[in-house]
Design a protein around this ligand. Structure first.
Ligand code: NAD
Length: 444
């Protein structure tokens, strides 16, 4: 472990250790810097050897591809796609593909590293990665999205694979995207290998080799965390209220699953705006509406409110399930909730988190709260490997056990070290990664 790690000059010295800092004043949120700040605090806390910290401070590989796609109007558009492979000491790289106009190398580096912590925290034999394409998928037809996805997967080529790097859905992608991705990959490896490469992506539709329970998995994991928090805090979820930002995969399943526990969602928001309904939204109906119309805009229930009014809505729980950097000091100061559960990755910025801590509003951090998705992705991958199909009950049972165990490990670490649940999540993950580095050391 005595090797000195060098990084490209353009990255600056890796020994520079940023602390969690408020985002700088430039318009772009320094997401990767923020996540590295958390890494450094947690690394100090658990006494992580400097060499391991240095290795974990940058991704192992940053792949950027440009690929042309002929659009419906006959024009050719050149797309920019990324795959960031952060770490694979625990197993194959694993992480979602994001389609969003805001996708950037820096954000994907942050998200890829968070996948490493998530998999380590959940005890999965997987590493961390993230990828995506910088474009607005809402501006393209289904046929065009299929072509874009296929060309992207083709451009990534052997940089992904069922034993090497396994993408999954994230923002702007879904089970259909994964079916196209799998089919494209299968067709590039030759027909003799078709069946053996099903696990090249997870989050597929069940009929195409996906697993029962993956669709709701992230929301289910969020709800398991809420249930554990409620038990620890002697809080009755029956009759409680919640507000949810983002009504896509994570937000909608969270709302529906919480309603089964007697908790009502009284405000929701997405990229088109926010709505309030003191009687509580019907999660199923709102979900159907979003599927049909693409957003909550114009939904007949409740009334439109502003973003500011949304964050200031009096409720018990807030679940941000959209983008990073949504809760800053201002939003945090206006909130009237007891608990924030990060369904999204990085929704609280350090300034927001500081205010939440001062106001004694609990935060269940992303690395723990939304790890149900990758956990059930792992179950899908295992089923593909073994040519098995598990029942929904089996998947649910395993997920609950894993989520409760991880929740317990994080709370335990936070109590022992006197730190936040976020830093505790990183600390648990780092201890596990450090143990493997200590055994395997650095090759050669
Ligand atoms: P999605 O594309 O299904 O839904 C995203 C939602 O966010 C949509 O309702 C969209 O309208 C809303 N949104 C987008 N921009 C917004 C804005 N500026 N303001 C308010 N709302 C906005 O995505 P998803 O899969 O639900 O992912 C949401 C978050 O959860 C992301 O941070 C993602 O990384 C994280 N996450 C997803 C999974 C998963 O399994 N899908 C797993 C772990 C973490």
């Amino acid at each position: 472990m005595n090797d000195t790690i060098q990084t490209p000059a353009s990255e600056g010295p890796v020994s520079a250790r940023p602390r969690p800092s408020k985002p700088n004043n430039s318009s772009k949120y320094a997401f990767f810097e923020v996540v590295q700040g958390y890494l450094n605090v947690a690394a100090d806390l658990v006494g992580l050897p400097d060499d391991i910290r240095t290795m974990l401070s940058q991704p192992k590989q940053e792949i950027i591809v440009h690929f042309p796609v002929r659009l419906a109007d006959g024009s050719i558009h050149l797309f920019k796609g990324y795959r960031i492979q952060h770490n694979n000491i625990l197993g194959p790289y694993k992480g979602g593909l994001r389609y969003h106009q805001g996708v950037s190398l820096d954000d994907l580096k942050a998200l890829a590293s968070m996948m490493t912590w998530k998999c380590a925290l959940m005890g999965l034999p997987l590493g961390g990665a993230k990828g995506g394409i910088k474009f607005d998928p809402r501006a393209f037809s289904t046929r065009e999205l299929q072509k874009i996805t296929r060309r992207f997967i083709h451009a990534l080529g052997s940089n992904i694979g069922p034993g090497y790097d396994i993408p999954a859905p994230d923002m702007g992608t879904n089970a259909q995207t994964m079916a196209w991705a799998m089919d494209t990959y299968m067709n590039t490896v030759g027909y003799l290998s078709h069946e053996s490469v099903k696990g090249v992506v997870t989050g597929k539709p069940v009929a195409s080799g996906g697993t029962h329970g993956r669709g709701k998995a992230t929301g289910q994991g969020v709800v398991h965390c809420i249930v554990r928090w409620a038990e620890d805090n002697k809080f009755d979820l029956e009759g409680s209220t919640n507000i949810i930002q983002g009504f896509g995969n994570v937000g909608s399943h969270t709302a529906i699953l919480l309603s089964k526990l007697g908790a009502s969602t009284i405000a929701v928001g997405d990229h088109t705006g926010y709505r309030h309904n003191p009687e509580g939204f019907n999660g199923h109906k709102l979900c159907e509406y979003v599927k049909e119309h693409g957003s909550i805009d114009g939904y007949p229930g409740g009334e439109a409110i502003t973003r500011e009014e949304f964050f200031a809505t009096e409720a018990d729980i807030l679940v941000p399930a959209a983008l990073e950097n949504q809760i800053g000091a201002e939003e945090a100061a206006s909130m009237k909730v007891k608990l924030v559960v990060e369904g999204a990755n990085g929704p609280c910025n350090p300034g927001g988190e500081e205010v939440l801590a001062q106001r004694s509003i609990d935060v269940i951090p992303d690395v723990l709260a939304n790890s149900g998705g990758v956990t059930v992705s792992y179950y899908e991958w295992v089923q593909n490997k073994r040519c098995e199909t598990w029942t929904l009950e089996e998947v649910d049972r395993r997920l609950q056990k894993k989520m409760y165990a991880a929740y317990g490990d994080v709370v335990d670490m936070a109590r022992r070290k006197g730190c936040s649940l976020r830093i505790a999540s990183y600390a648990v993950a780092l201890e596990r990664l450090a143990a493997v580095y200590a055994e395997r050391q650095v090759w050669p």
